[in-house]
Ligand binder design. Structure first.
Ligand SMILES: [Zn+2]
Length: 90
């Protein structure tokens, strides 16, 4: 892993854990009687819901095709420019 990728992955972890802590505090603020088990169950359910949403959004927005120049696979999100999935051949 490159230094830049390592830094990005570490920042991602911090962001995800901060978000989890934020959601936990929100759940407990809404219902202080929740047990630890309840909070973890709701976090698990949230992961399932958001993952399903991400799959739906991906199916809706991501288009894949074959590059008309080199035949490799290309993709685009929404109406952005087409990009090769991997580096195009030289
Ligand atoms: Zn190409």
């Amino acid at each position: 892993m490159s230094d830049a990728a390592y830094l990005a992955a570490t920042e991602d972890q911090v962001r995800v854990l901060r978000e989890a802590g934020h959601i936990k505090r929100q759940l407990l603020a809404e219902n202080p009687e929740l047990s630890g088990q309840d909070v973890l169950g709701q976090l698990d359910q949230l992961v399932i819901d958001v993952s399903e949403k991400a799959e739906r959004v991906t199916a809706e927005l991501v288009a894949e095709a074959e590059c008309r120049h080199c035949g490799h696979s290309v993709m685009r999100v929404g109406d952005s420019a087409w990009r090769h999935n991997a580096a195009p051949p030289m």
